[in-house]
Every structure is written in C-alpha cells, then in structure tokens.
Design a protein around this ligand. Structure first.
Ligand code: OAD
Length: 252
C-alpha cells in the first residue's frame, strides 16, 4: 500500500535534536497478522469486552477469560515483528532520547529489539497471582490446563490492564513525562479512544510538541495532529526513520 511522504517540516524535526515519543496501539501489530480491537475482524467484533476484559468477568468466569488470553498468547507467539516495530527499534538504537509508549501487550516491540518500552496496558507474557499480586514472566507456549494456577494454589490472571482498572502508576508517570518532554510525537496504530493513553498526545501538544498521526483511518486525534500520514505503520514508520537519516531494521 502506498502512503504520502513526510512533510519537509517533519523531516527537519526528525533530523534535529530533542526527545521524540512513539505512542503505539494495536494497528502497529496488524501487519504481523494480529487482530486489532475495533473495526472489522477486531477482537471486539462479535465479542463483548465486558465479558472478557474486566475484573468482574474474571471473577465470574475465569475459564472463558483465560481461553481468550491463552489464544491471544498463541497468536502473538506465532507472529513476528513487522517493519513498523523494527523501525521504532532502529530509532531507539540510534537515538537515546527516543521513547516508546505502547498500549500493546503482545511483546512484539521487545522482540523487534526495543529495549525501553513503557507498557501502559501490561503484557500477555506476565502472570499475576490472585492471592498476593506477585507477577512473574511466563512465555510458555502451552500454559497447561486452564485456568492456570500459581504454585501457592491460587488462580493466576493475565498481567494486563482490564477495563475499569487503573494503569500501572510508574508506566503512566513515565509516559506522561515523556509526553511533556517530547518535541515530536508519532502516534501510530491507535484509535485514540481509550484513556488515559489517548490523552497523551494532547499533553504533548499543549507542551509544544509536533504531533504526527500514522493511521490509514481518521480518529478523534486527527484534528489535533499537526500532520496525518494516512497509511499502514509498516510502510510509514520505516520512512520516518529514513527521513531522520537512521538506517531501518531492514538494513541495519
Ligand atoms: P484499536 O483496535 O481500537 O485501533 C486500532 C487502530 O489501528 C485503528 O485506528 C485502525 O485504523 C489502525 N490500524 C489498522 N491497521 C493499521 C496499520 N497497518 N497501520 C497503522 N494503523 C492501523 O486498538 P487500540 O487503539 O490499540 O485495551 O486500542 C486501545 C485499547 O483498547 C487496547 O489496548 C485494548 C482495547 O480494548 C484493553 O484490552 C484494556
């Protein structure tokens, strides 16, 4: 798919000094074959998020919730990072001051080589004990009988943020300070509907940042954005890092 080239203003900003922020959503993993949430073919089409992604749903039917998350773990494990993930990782390798804040829980940014990832919505690859709240890394392909249990006997839950739950305080604080500090914010692959993540570009814009939206579709952010690049993240993001004079993951 084709996409417009970045403007001259954006090219100059990307070549200049100063902190940058990438804010990503499910759309950046779409080209890895993972479903987004909203829209045709999205997770929430024909499924009720209130029955799959809330603490109440887990309390009343942990097996149904776990089937959804175990399936998503399988899908994510079978997927590979795409040029969008690789482009951001290249940016972060080249520029110490390039921050990445994601709503994604699939781990593809980390697998692409991004070392500094602020995860606002947790991770599919973390499990939390329902008794003491302790979280552990768990990348097993097969979790065994569902729902999985902790060594202490209590239920384990996915280490993700559900509707109605607060975001991890440290991640939100880090994301907010990255938004305040950023000179350029690239918002890619998110419908900009879910807060507080959706509020970060406004914080950045109010603090003087140039906001770029990368999305094939318009969103509620589009009016605020200083520049909209309509196209898939896997095409547009490599072009942005090339515009900055940085080799992308494809050539690095
Ligand atoms: P959404 O599914 O709401 O939005 C995905 C966005 O990606 C849409 O705006 C699409 O137009 C866009 N998109 C699709 N393909 C793309 C591509 N190849 N390149 C760029 N953009 C593309 O996903 P999120 O905004 O991430 O939370 O959703 C936010 C949160 O809502 C998720 O973290 C999840 C969900 O419910 C929880 O589960 C709590």
């Amino acid at each position: 798919m084709n996409a417009p080239a970045p403007s001259e203003t954006l090219r100059e900003l990307l070549q200049g000094q100063g902190p940058l922020l990438f804010l990503t959503g499910a759309g950046v993993s779409a080209e890895s074959g993972l479903a987004t949430f909203r829209g045709p073919g999205g997770h929430w089409e024909g499924r009720n998020p209130m029955e799959l992604a809330t603490p109440e749903a887990f309390a009343s039917d942990p097996l149904t919730v776990w089937r959804f998350y175990a399936w998503r773990r399988e899908q994510a494990a079978a997927a590979a990072p795409n040029p969008a993930h690789l482009a951001i990782a290249s940016f972060q390798r080249a520029r110490e001051d390039a921050a990445l804040v994601t709503q994604n829980v699939d781990g593809l940014h980390e697998r692409a080589g991004s070392r500094r990832v602020v995860r606002l919505h947790g991770s599919l690859w973390r499990l939390r004990c329902m008794r003491d709240g302790e979280e552990t890394d768990d990348t097993r392909a097969d979790l065994g009988p569902l729902p999985p249990r902790c060594a202490c006997g209590a239920l384990l839950r996915p280490g993700v943020v559900w509707f109605g739950e607060p975001l991890p305080e440290d991640a939100l604080a880090e994301a907010t300070s990255a938004a305040r500090a950023a000179r350029v914010v690239v918002v890619a692959g998110t419908s900009s509907l879910v807060y507080p993540a959706a509020g970060l570009p406004r914080i950045a814009s109010d603090a003087g940042a140039f906001v770029v939206e990368v999305n094939p579709e318009p969103t509620p952010l589009s009016d605020l954005a200083d520049e909209r690049i309509e196209g898939p993240a896997g095409v547009v993001l490599p072009r942005l890092v090339e515009a900055a004079g940085i080799p992308t993951g494809r050539t690095a």
